[in-house]
Design a protein around this ligand. Structure first.
Ligand code: ADP
Ligand code: MG
Length: 319
């Protein structure tokens, strides 16, 4: 198949249309209409074969994850995902691969009603670059900068499941049923898009913790010029993490990545209202600590001892 029939058959024909897409795939650029009173958010993430996923994954999962990784970034800004473009580089135009890939792509886009509006298709090593665009009412986006001392620190779900899946991709003693739960978590993350309006109202800062809680929360600390004091026992752990790696659970939850949960802060004064908004929207967030004056990350363990937490997590170009 040549480039143009690939685009037509697997991307253009199946693209979901939204009213705000004036024209999508087929011209030299797409045209979208940003609704009056909305800010536009733009984010790009690349997934490289054998760095972010294994080349032997089902292409459905590769595409699904590539979309969700991008949705997670937009969600962390308290914006709703709207449009997306896909730059796909692949070694050959293998139809059975493209069939699965496009199936996963359109499935993931359908979950949040995102429209595929364009992209680029090239021959080369398998790499997927997605640019996602999202919308939020003017001025209501949330940044890493903005947390204040005494703000409460939250995470949007349990941590360490994806890290456990990655740590045990080698032969191990994890039951098959449990392994499939972990792989589902790793390959099909579902960013908490229903938190977006709540973040717009209550959050003072937010980040997606794709590279690990400690490293990513430290980005908030640096941008906001505060320190984080975490209650280590309050960090929600994936149940299978405590089942299989109890001794390493906190370590994996703090420093393992790939969970695509959000970490954010809210002022202590709005605690009750924030909790009510979460209950109303059926989202569960977990308070894990408090911001204070200073810099860096501290952890309070079960014996009430305060320890320093290294802000380490996943990094490219690490020595
Ligand atoms: P150009 O030669 O101007 O770069 P292309 O031939 O690459 O244009 O693309 C033709 C149209 O198809 C464009 O609208 C482009 O955005 C879209 N497109 C190309 N590849 C993809 C893809 N993988 N997914 C979605 N749209 C794509
Ligand atoms: Mg092109």
């Amino acid at each position: 198949m040549n480039e143009f029939s690939v685009i037509d058959q697997y991307f253009k024909r199946q693209a979901l249309s939204r009213e705000d897409v004036v024209y999508g795939i087929g011209d030299d650029a797409a045209c979208v209409r940003v609704p009056a009173g909305m800010d536009l958010f733009i984010s790009t993430d690349t997934l490289v074969s054998d760095v972010h996923f294994s080349s032997d994954w089902d292409p459905f999962d590769i595409a699904y994850k590539a979309v969700m990784v991008n949705v997670s970034d937009i969600t962390a800004m308290a914006a709703n995902p709207a449009w997306l473009s896909l730059a796909l580089s692949m070694p050959t135009s293998d139809e059975s691969w493209l069939k699965r890939f496009s199936k996963g792509l359109h499935k993931a886009l359908g979950v949040f009603g995102i429209s595929l509006i364009g992209g680029d298709t090239t021959q080369g090593p398998l790499t997927i670059t997605i640019s996602i665009h999202g919308l939020a009412p003017v001025g209501q986006g949330v940044r890493r900068k903005g947390a204040k001392a005494s703000d409460i620190i939250w995470v949007s779900g349990d941590l360490g499941g994806a890290a456990l899946a990655l740590s045990s991709l080698k032969p191990n003693n994890i039951a098959k049923k449990d392994m499939s739960i972990l792989l589902e978590k790793l390959k099909h993350p579902t960013p908490k898009v229903n938190l977006v309006p709540i973040l717009q109202t209550y959050a003072t800062s937010a980040i997606d913790i794709s590279d690990g809680l400690a490293q990513d929360l430290n980005h908030i600390c640096i941008a906001s010029q505060v320190a984080a004091r975490l209650s280590l026992q309050s960090i929600p752990l994936h149940p299978l993490l405590t089942k299989y790696q109890a001794d390493k659970a906190i370590e994996l939850a703090l420093h393992g990545g790939d969970d695509y949960e959000l970490c954010f802060t809210t002022p202590a004064e709005s605690l009750d209202a924030f909790r009510q908004a979460c209950a109303k929207s059926n989202v569960t967030c977990h308070p894990i600590g408090i911001m204070e004056d200073g810099r860096g990350l501290l952890g309070v363990d079960k014996d009430d001892k305060t320890i320093k937490i290294a802000p380490k997590g996943y990094q490219h170009f690490q020595a």
